[in-house]
Design a protein around this ligand. Structure first.
Ligand SMILES: Cc1ncc(COP(=O)(O)O)c(C=O)c1O
Length: 304
């Protein structure tokens, strides 16, 4: 997806012109994949742009860093404020936000302890990641031949840049094979998540979504839609799922900050009813919640 430049990027404590946010070719993280990042969205609301669940995203960034033994040289509150400042500087009513903390220039080798940590925040306009009609027409999924990280190989709870080699291999494999997105199984052969989304699978009126022990990232959208779905009286459980559970599902959707709520129309060419009735309700309520249109979820929207 092409990037549309905006005016400024927050770079180590100050807003600099977009084109000046440059790094050296020997930046440590570029070589070893040791950075941590977040994907966040700001939405247009009646009171101006609001960042959806901003503090939770920044806390997860710090959790990712802690797992990597990286000391981010700012506090959660400072980065929350920096993100608001960056969004405001773009002048956009809504945007995608990408904070990243990474080991910078000055050291080489796998020991990250002596490395300095740099932080940047960029914002740009970004449409629906899996397509504008992902809710109505749905997306086609392929079970990946790549296995999602085992907890003792790479830390799936950390949004570490290097983790996304696994996601990227799976994504490209799925697209080359003619599908929209991949579903990852974990080393036990159970469903984990997708390359950048969590998954919800309904059968006989019960939605199941895999636990973090399956290797899934604890998704903030996963949490939001669970709250919304339960508020609508739907039965949502955190539970293990097999590959066959996907093939015989009554409805499936995937969700994440970038993809929002996207219905699934097939898994490995087995058709899934799409969009399912519960998926439609959840997608529409989520779309209203992120725009601050539902009082009950207003606290999730942090005005800039
Ligand atoms: C691997 C992976 N799973 C799930 C998600 C969904 O997480 P969230 O809803 O917090 O964006 C993401 C996106 O950050 C992701 O990269």
């Amino acid at each position: 997806m092409p990037i549309t430049p905006t005016e400024q990027i927050w770079f180590n404590g100050e807003l600099v012109p977009w084109e000046d946010a440059q790094i050296h070719i020997l930046t440590h993280t570029l070589h070893y994949g040791t950075g941590v990042f977040e994907g966040i969205r700001a939405y247009e609301t009646a009171n101006g742009p609001a960042v959806f669940r901003l503090t939770e995203h920044v806390v997860r960034l710090f959790d990712s860093a802690k797992i990597m033994m990286m000391d981010i040289p700012y506090t959660v509150d400072q980065l929350v404020q920096a993100i608001k400042d960056t969004v405001r500087a773009t002048g956009l009513p809504s945007c995608y936000i990408r904070p990243i903390a990474y080991y910078g220039y000055g050291e080489m080798g796998l020991n990250t302890i002596p490395c300095e940590v740099d932080v940047a925040i960029a914002c740009w306009p970004w449409g629906a990641y899996l397509g504008e009609d992902a809710v109505t027409k749905g997306v086609s999924m392929k079970i990946s031949s790549w296995t999602r990280h085992d907890h003792n190989t790479m830390p799936p709870l950390s949004k570490t840049t290097g983790n996304y080699v696994n996601s990227s291999l799976a994504k490209v494999e799925a697209i080359k094979a003619g599908y929209d997105e991949a579903i990852m199984l974990n080393p036990d052969g159970l469903v984990s998540e997708c390359t950048g989304e969590n998954i919800f699978v309904a059968k006989n009126g019960v939605f199941r979504t895999p636990p973090v022990t399956s290797g899934a990232l604890p998704g903030i959208t996963q949490d939001s839609v669970t709250v919304i779905a339960r508020d609508h009286g739907f039965d949502v459980r955190v539970a293990e799922l097999s590959r066959s559970d996907l093939y015989v599902a009554d409805e499936i959707f995937v969700c994440g900050t970038a993809a929002e709520v996207s219905a699934v129309n097939s898994v490995d060419d087995r058709l899934i009813p799409c969009p399912g009735p519960m998926t439609k309700v959840i997608a529409s309520e989520y779309a209203k919640a992120v725009r601050g249109e539902i009082d009950r979820y207003k606290d999730w929207c942090e005005l800039v």
